[in-house]
Design a protein around this ligand. Structure first.
Ligand code: UDX
Length: 440
């Protein structure tokens, strides 16, 4: 919304939330999320044509176009628990929109939703007895965290799904007009509502599938003398495949991939397509396996026991340049290390507050938090790189080595460090999908 306000000075954008604390944070310079470049844009437009408010009803009534971006977490109860999305917030929002509206409106689905949700929402919205007509569009968001501002400014494409009726097309054109203020027309693509909804789930499933594919190859590389970076480079140079999203890692995380694939799996199951459901479930299974394998490597390299050994986790966010830890592979890895009775020290430049919440309930005295990587490494037997933060590439590894117990281990879960240099300092180095470099 900040980007729309910045690019379209003629539009007035009001962001509403029932949570007064969050709205307060959006009105301050301590935004509720860390996203590079976001504060600059917010400051540029706040009070000009971007406003934040808790007065949901009056903002709805005044608006011509309403973007709904409420969360749709995975259901934890009842039918579809663990897979289906929990739509209660979306439905409550639809009912709030009906109550507060006195005229026709366009309602835009921004949250990622299962296919045909727009249809259900439309039924709720249009069941009103006030004679008001709501036109629902699907406009899935493809930005990635950490690069959100660039992705919004220079999107590969903007997708707008609408009904192919005159009203649907008119609503769609109103939304196209907004994006056309900065996105070239040929990159604004349109489709029917359900194709737009499915495209979002399928895009995330394809991206996650690439990571699980290369991670599956990393396991094979570790059993042979192959090097996953070399394999990934060779695969990616095929222009039909492309080079991005082929970095082997400790596994993908984030608020989208797992949730969206589970949505897709659930959708396939409910459509009577169990084979297709199993196919996509496999992408998640490989991701879980990759985290398990990483911990198994740590335990077996460190003489089959890590009990009471201090292990410093460098990085807890699900990727660099964000403080977000939702579904971060670091959560599962930290828990598994704690189960092995290791002493776990978590370090991260932006995610420590979230990490504390994620690991609440850990056995007393076994879990520490330390922002400074050198302090985290002091007295540690091993370092495990779990997030590819740029600052980790240039740490003083000689000083870190001197501060550690010996033999000192590095498990590079992101393959971002100079493994040969670490080896020559004296570390035993275990990358992902490459032969280890050890002095033992
Ligand atoms: C993703 C999609 O990219 C975006 O289009 C969608 O709108 C939301 O979901 P995001 O979750 O923010 O975005 O992050 P992304 O950059 O896709 O990374 C997801 C995870 O995959 C991270 O944990 C990342 O570290 C991991 N990853 C990514 C790899 O392990 N290897 C890679 O090669 C790329």
């Amino acid at each position: 919304m900040a980007m729309i306000a910045a690019k379209c000075p003629r539009y007035e954008v009001t962001v509403v939330d029932v949570n007064a604390e969050r709205i307060g944070a959006w009105q301050s310079d301590a935004l509720p999320i860390y996203e590079p470049g976001l504060l600059d844009v917010v400051k540029q437009v706040r009070g000009r044509n971007l406003f934040f408010s808790t007065d949901v009803a009056s903002a709805i009534d005044k608006a011509e176009i309403i973007f709904v971006s409420v969360n749709t977490p995975t259901k934890t109860f009842g039918e579809g628990a663990g897979k289906a999305p929990d739509l209660q917030y979306w439905e409550k929002t639809a009912r709030t929109i009906v109550e507060a509206s006195r005229g026709n409106k366009v309602v835009v689905e921004k949250s990622t939703l299962p296919v045909r949700t727009a249809h259900a929402m439309e039924r709720i919205l249009n069941s009103n007895r006030k004679g008001i007509r709501f036109e629902v569009l699907s406009n899935p968001e493809f930005l990635a965290e950490g690069t959100a501002m660039r992705d919004l400014e220079l999107p590969d494409r903007v997708l707008i799904g609408s009904h192919q009726t005159p009203e649907g097309i008119a609503a769609r054109d109103a939304l196209v007009e907004i994006y056309a203020n900065w996105v070239p027309r040929e990159q604004i693509i349109t489709s029917n509502v359900w194709s737009a909804e499915l495209s979002k789930l399928a895009s995330n499933a394809f991206l996650a599938q690439r990571i699980s594919s290369i991670n599956s190859i990393s396991a094979l590389c570790e059993k042979t003398a192959a090097d996953v970076s070399e394999v990934s480079r060779a695969i990616g140079l095929d222009s039909r495949i492309g080079s991005r999203f082929l970095n082997a890692s400790v596994g993908f995380g984030g608020s989208c991939f797992r949730k969206d694939i589970l949505n897709l799996v659930y959708l396939c199951e409910t459509c009577g397509l169990p084979e297709i459901a199993r196919y996509w479930q496999g992408v998640i299974a490989i991701n879980e396996h990759q985290k398990t394998r990483f911990v198994q490597t740590i335990v077996s390299a460190m003489f089959d026991t890590i009990a009471d050994k201090r292990i410093a986790l460098l990085g807890f966010a699900f990727k660099k340049d964000t403080g977000d830890t939702r579904d971060s592979p670091a959560i599962a890895i930290a828990r598994k290390l704690l189960e092995e009775q290791a002493l776990v020290v978590v370090s991260d430049p932006k995610a420590l507050a979230n990490a504390r919440l994620d690991l609440a309930g850990a056995p007393a005295g076994r879990l520490l938090f330390e922002e400074d990587p050198l302090q985290a490494a002091r007295g540690a037997h091993a370092l495990a790189i779990l997030t590819e933060w740029d600052v980790y590439r240039t740490l003083d590894f000689r000083a870190i080595f001197d501060a550690m117990e010996k033999p000192a281990f590095v498990f590079d879960g992101r393959n971002i460090l100079d493994h040969k240099a670490l080896y020559s300092i004296g570390f035993n180095v275990y990358p992902i999908g490459k032969p280890p470099l050890t002095h033992l």
